[in-house]
Write a protein that binds this ligand. Structure first.
Ligand code: UD1
Length: 417
């Protein structure tokens, strides 16, 4: 199993471009199943989660080929199966995103309950509730969910919680349903807007994506398309945090600063100078960082995916900060590992109280999930001495060549077998 070895306390300097968004790419890949015409996706990040989703499409009979640079060409004319292989779905919660598209295209789907990062119970009741309202019926036997739908018919669906995945699944199914669907209390994340733009580029009719009421006017069929995935706001936030935690100066390019507002606003509150221009954000050299309180919330609130990286940053800020995790119930597994590096963090229920320290020290630590792994990389970059991080396959699920990007900024980080 590969590990990261980091020699800390090197301020990062330079410019780095972000890759395409994992959380936009996964539902868009799944939604390619809605057409039998070729789909060309640009700016596809090189991630193991994306590889698993491509393997799922291949297992269903589709062809997935790499084009120039970071382009993928998906041909779904050969779609011949509706059962997802367990060995793939068990590795990726995002695999559940094929449910809506398969129901809309084939009228049936069979999928095991999804896997993914171990950050809480993560049920799928809202997905099933929404798809059932459109006319699908479900049967769960021995951990396999089988869905069938003779026909999907548009309706009004109210989500109890603005679930990102449920909004995406329902939107993708409703695009080919008969009549109009309205999703109330829909998720408003930028990745929802990206999926809607993708579907509209294939001839779908969607209004209000990005607001909490999304209207989908069903169409009879979708065409092929060529579409560029939006930039990854969480990768951008992580690279900006790497600059801040090391006290360097880094410009992150190719991003949409509006999608980063909850993060850049916290940086400003922490006394970390930020410059925003068109599609770049720069973290300028800082003095002492001030501790702040953070509450994770659905967009435009503070993203739960940046909670672990911010915990690392608060560990080195002046004063005491409280993080309240409201989106997932078990997302503090990084705190134990950060404490092994000298951080002072007390977790009680959904709160973590972080007392800032002057420094952290390198240690042998373990990535327990994707963003927890990112937090340990950040802590290692700032810590005195050497840090060794194991189980970095979690990090490869969601960061495209993280160590290479950090090396280009002057970090001493190495991947070892
Ligand atoms: C997506 C992102 C993930 C991010 C999360 C919240 C992808 C591939 N992943 O995950 O990185 O952390 O949004 O921004 O895009 N819930 C239910 N019932 C459901 C569905 C969800 O109770 O049917 C709960 C979950 O347990 C969780 C909360 O709703 O507590 C948020 O989940 P959701 O927004 O669905 O996240 P994901 O789509 O899984």
């Amino acid at each position: 199993m590969e590990t990261f070895h980091i020699k800390g306390q090197k301020p990062l300097y330079g410019t780095v471009a972000v890759s395409g968004s994992k959380n936009a790419a996964l539902p868009i890949l799944a939604a390619s199943l809605l057409t039998d015409k070729p789909v060309i996706l640009e700016r596809m990040p090189a991630l193991s989660d994306i590889k698993v989703m491509c393997d799922i499409l291949s297992a269903l009979g589709c062809s997935v080929a790499s084009g120039a640079e970071d382009t993928l060409i998906i041909e779904t004319a050969g779609l011949s199966r509706h059962k997802l292989p367990y060995d793939l779905t068990g590795r990726l919660r995002g695999s559940f995103l094929v449910m809506g598209p398969l129901l809309a295209r084939c009228g049936r789907v069979a999928i095991s309950l999804p896997g993914g990062c171990a950050i809480g119970a993560r049920p799928v009741d809202l997905h099933l509730k929404g798809l059932s309202a459109l006319g699908a019926t479900f049967k769960i036997t021995k951990g396999i969910i089988e869905g069938t739908a003779k026909k999907l018919v548009g309706t009004k669906i109210y989500l109890d919680f603005p679930s990102v995945g449920a909004t995406e699944n329902i939107m993708s199914a409703a695009v080919l349903a008969e009549g109009t669907t309205i999703i109330e209390n829909a998720a408003t994340e930028p990745e929802i807007v990206d999926l809607a733009n993708f579907l509209c580029s294939m001839g779908g009719r969607i209004l209000g994506a990005g607001s909490n009421t999304v209207k989908i006017i069903g169409v009879a069929g979708l065409t092929g398309t060529r579409y560029a995935i939006m930039p990854d706001r969480i990768e951008a936030g992580t690279l900006l945090t790497a600059a801040a935690i090391t006290g360097g100066q880094v410009t992150v390019t190719g991003i949409r600063p509006d999608t980063l507002k909850p993060i850049t606003a916290k940086f400003s509150e922490m006394n970390i100078p930020i410059t925003i221009q068109n599609n770049t954000v720069t973290v300028e050299p800082r003095k002492t960082m001030r501790a702040v309180d953070i509450k994770t919330l659905p967009f435009p609130g503070f993203p739960t995916d940046m909670q672990a990286p911010m915990t690392a940053l608060l560990s080195l800020s002046e004063g005491t900060g409280i993080i309240t995790e409201t989106v997932f119930e078990n997302r503090f597994m990084h705190t134990g590992e950060l404490c092994r590096m000298g951080a002072s963090i007390k977790v009680s229920g959904r709160n973590a109280v972080i007392e800032g320290k002057k420094s952290l020290s390198g240690a042998k630590v373990k990535a327990t999930d994707l963003r927890a792994g990112a937090a340990l990389v950040l802590a290692g970059l700032a810590a005195r001495g050497d840090t060794e991080i194991s189980d970095i396959y979690h990090i490869d699920r969601g960061y495209d060549a993280l160590e290479k990007k950090l090396q280009s900024l002057g970090a001493e980080i190495e991947r070892k077998p």
